[in-house]
Design a protein around this ligand. Structure first.
Ligand code: ATR
Length: 272
């Protein structure tokens, strides 16, 4: 029987995950189906159960179901337990396993694909929602010099800093100090670009070598890209992170590591 996988989300029609997983499967000569499923709000559990009852061996989970997927899992990975969110479900021998590959996806893209590193770096993470939370533990595990969280609603940044302070040097960047420090890496984890709003940070937050990384891609990363380019800073979008988190999920399911090719990246860029 063919391996059956899917991604649950809402909205889901623009998801690139089916193309990515079909490409991985083809390159490794594995037969599988991978479909995008529009989940209904408030019905995650029943719809997910239904998918597994009908031969599904696993699925990815995207917004807004990652917390539901955490609750849905019988056995959670360490990283999922830290962030209380799951993006990869595996169903085996009647047991539902939950994992989260978002954080490792970012680290792999940033370090392996882009050849950068986190160790001893001063990092500014802008945003304090689910996307920001998903990468914090993995960033701290790479031993940065400091990780500052900056958010429009400062209390949310403070809550995240408190939640993760046992894992490493994390703190908030408050309005009073925003003009006093500059960073090696600035990561955008806000939804500013999704809403096509202007992104801006004071010029003291960067120097000429600062790297900008947006966790989103396509139009959603445009606001931050425009700001980074205006300031002559090196900019990367999150397409590589998307592919890497998918590769990690694929590995969890199939125990095989897909090869990430430029051809796949180009194909995805055309679809954005
Ligand atoms: P996600 O799960 O994608 O992280 P989210 O939880 O809604 O989405 O978080 C969105 C983030 O973008 C938040 O940090 C939000 O700031 P607030 O906590 O103040 O709401 C940030 N954000 C969204 N629109 C913004 C804007 N116009 N200016 C600044 N920050 C914004």
């Amino acid at each position: 029987m063919m391996n059956k996988y899917a991604v649950f989300g809402n909205p889901i029609e623009h998801s690139l995950s089916p193309v990515i997983h079909e490409n991985f499967a083809k390159s490794l000569q594995i037969q599988l189906t991978y479909t995008a499923i529009l989940g209904s709000i408030g019905k995650f559990e029943s719809e997910a159960k239904n998918f597994l009852a009908n031969g599904g061996e696993g699925f990815n989970v995207t917004l807004p179901f990652k917390q539901d997927a955490f609750k849905f899992s019988d056995i959670k990975s360490d990283i999922s337990n830290i962030t209380k969110s799951v993006n990869t479900i595996t169903y085996k021998d009647g047991i539902i396993y939950g994992d989260n590959t978002d954080g490792i996806g970012f680290i792999k893209d940033f370090t392996q694909n882009l050849g950068q590193n986190i160790k001893n770096k001063k990092i500014l993470l802008v945003g304090a929602g689910g996307a920001a939370m998903g990468v914090i533990p993995n960033i701290l595990m790479e031993l940065p010099k400091e990780l500052k969280i900056y958010n429009r609603t400062e209390l949310k940044a403070q809550n995240l800093a408190n939640q993760f302070k046992a894992l490493g040097p994390i703190d908030i960047l408050d309005q009073n100090n925003i003009n006093k420090v500059n960073f090696d890496l600035i990561i955008n984890a806000t939804s500013i670009g999704i809403n096509n709003l202007k992104f801006s940070l004071p010029s003291n937050t960067f120097n000429k070598n600062t790297i900008c990384y947006d966790m989103s891609y396509g139009n959603a990363s445009r606001s931050f890209m425009i700001w980074a380019e205006y300031n002559n800073l090196k900019f990367y979008d999150g397409l590589g992170m998307l592919i890497e988190q998918a590769a990690e999920s694929f590995f969890i399911w199939q125990n095989k590591k897909p090869n990430i090719t430029e051809e796949l990246k180009n194909l995805l860029r055309k679809k954005l």
